[in-house]
Design a protein around this ligand. Structure first.
Ligand code: H2B
Length: 96
């Protein structure tokens, strides 16, 4: 699977398909709110397994039922890459 830095056009197109996501401090950012702490942690565990298989790891923080997520690719000089977009899509799919 190829991993590449997305250009401005690709980023705009991706954001149009990623409700709630925005670029914040150069990273792909979203805050999720779940129905409970248990649901939030369950989602994190599912995503953690997927992220580790991808070898692409999120920056995230949990407070009760909220999870703040920042996605960026360290190996590409902290750029937003195709893998950040792919992981964001997976996060939305599993949160639905
Ligand atoms: N996660 C993220 N978000 N960006 C990376 O560049 C990255 C990663 N690189 N997880 C991986 C691990 C790399 O360090 C290992 C050696 O494959």
């Amino acid at each position: 699977m190829t991993r590449y830095k997305v250009n401005a056009e690709e980023l705009t197109a991706a954001l149009a398909e990623l409700p709630g996501w925005e670029v914040k401090d150069g990273k792909l950012h979203k805050t999720y709110k779940f129905g409970s702490f248990a649901q939030a942690i369950g989602w994190m565990v599912s995503i953690a397994i997927h992220a580790d298989k991808m070898d692409h790891h999120p920056e995230w923080a949990n407070v009760y039922n909220r999870i703040r997520v920042d996605l960026v690719t360290h190996d590409l000089g902290n750029a937003i890459s195709s893998w950040d977009i792919e992981l964001a899509k997976k996060m939305d799919a599993l949160a639905a």
